[in-house]
Design a protein around this ligand. Structure first.
Ligand SMILES: [Zn+2]
Length: 419
């Protein structure tokens, strides 16, 4: 006797919007007053279910419905938003989780076969301190403490001081890692934030993992020379070599089957209208779900840059700005996600996630993980126009609930086979 009521989730999301958004969008920036109010609102919703609730050492809010087994099914999301954010990013996941807890509690009379826990991660967005996935990376043990200790917001307030305001001791945040004891699976629902499902006219997708990222600055060095007196065949034009990279990265992305490459910035020196470019610096961002393919994309870009440098009689050097490995999700959970979507709306598409999510950190900690995406209208997020059709919101709660049920069974069967 399922009591799942997806319409209630939509109504609660609207209620949350009316409490925490203004005419510019959602204002639930982590560690601010509105965020604290949001958490209080969430706690009230959860208090109606017989659950235990506490905040961990990193400020993540955990809600636990004890089951017959200690093994835990985790459902996660984030109530924080970027400033002027959308009404669904992060909180859809949490509110769907609240509804699923209600259903499981009712169906199993307060005692499901496995323990079910809902986590509201602290500061997923990193909007204030410029570092995303704070709570989940502290929990997974991957937070760089030295880097995080030095972070300041635009008013010069340090992250450790902002945390103290909400009762979190920065030096102890990694103690939150103990919350992952007994974690047997992690599920996260999210709006897609891109146009893939929209273009396919599909409401839901099973997420294969999060992209690995290689981010580099590439600088070409030539020679400045007078634009009037220097014949074309005598030039060492740094811009010419850099510019050849632009069509090249489209070819590299195409060969990679599913990867993306972006040259996001270009600066020239001396940067005046009467001089050949002496120095040209571009930045290249490359992403793919498969590690070896991403490495090949990077090598191809490097080789091409050296070829173009040679052709143009200039030099080139590379500097790595940032890197993160791909985080593929659990194959068996992806299959269950697929099944849940198929049973709900017939058709499914599997896709990687370009943006990072808390799920990537949980997967990194070794917990079997999967995400489900629901279509985004306009394919846009981090903007007040972010939206999803109401019928799709209801479908995603239903499908995500089916996935939770399947994952509980999966955990039970797995632990039984180990006995
Ligand atoms: Zn999000």
């Amino acid at each position: 006797m399922s009591t799942l009521n997806p319409k209630r989730t939509v109504a609660e999301l609207k209620e949350l919007r009316s409490l925490t958004a203004d005419e510019n969008g959602a204002q639930r920036v982590a560690f601010t007053k509105t965020w604290v109010q949001t958490r209080a609102w969430l706690r009230k919703k959860l208090e109606a279910i017989p659950v235990e609730m506490h905040t961990d050492a990193a400020g993540n809010l955990w809600t636990t419905l004890r089951g017959e087994s200690e093994k835990c099914l985790l459902i996660g999301g984030h109530m924080d938003s970027v400033p002027n954010g959308g009404w669904l990013d992060g909180c859809l996941n949490v509110m769907a989780g609240v509804e699923i807890l209600r259903r499981i509690n009712a169906q199993y009379n307060g005692k499901p076969p496995v323990t079910v826990r809902l986590v509201d991660w602290a500061d997923e967005e990193g909007a204030r301190f410029g570092k995303s996935l704070f709570g989940s990376s502290a929990c997974s043990g991957n937070l760089d403490m030295n880097e995080a200790r030095g972070l300041k917001d635009k008013d010069g307030i340090r992250l450790p001081d902002a945390l103290k305001e909400v009762g979190v001791d920065f030096e102890r945040v990694k103690d939150s890692g103990k919350e992952l004891q007994n974690a047997a699976a992690y599920l996260e629902l999210h709006i897609e934030q891109g146009p893939v499902l929209l273009d396919l006219d599909l409401p839901l997708g099973a997420v294969l993992g999060t992209f690995g990222v290689e981010r580099h600055a590439i600088t070409f060095h030539g020679q400045a020379a007078h634009s009037g007196s220097t014949p074309m065949n005598r030039r060492k034009d740094a811009f010419l070599a850099a510019a050849k990279m632009s069509p090249e990265i489209y070819r590299i992305a195409e060969r990679s089957h599913g990867g993306v490459c972006t040259i996001g910035s270009c600066t020239t020196k001396p940067g005046i209208v009467t001089s050949v470019v002496e120095e040209c610096r571009i930045t290249l961002d490359q992403r793919h779900l498969d590690g070896p393919t991403l490495a090949k994309m990077l090598k191809d870009a490097r080789d091409a840059s050296e070829r173009f440098a040679k052709e143009g009689n200039v030099n080139v050097c590379w500097e790595r700005l940032w890197q993160i490995d791909p985080r593929p999700f659990n194959d068996e959970l992806i299959a269950l996600c697929d099944e849940a979507i198929r049973e709900t709306c017939g058709k499914v598409h599997r896709l990687p996630s370009g943006p990072l999510h808390d799920a990537a950190e949980v997967a990194r900690a070794g917990v079997p993980t999967v995400m489900m995406f629901v279509q985004s209208l306009h394919g846009i997020s981090h903007n007040k126009i972010e939206d999803t059709k109401e019928e799709h919101l209801e479908l995603c709660v239903t499908a995500f609930d089916k996935l939770a049920e399947k994952a509980m069974k999966w955990i039970s069967e797995k632990s039984a086979s180990k006995l």
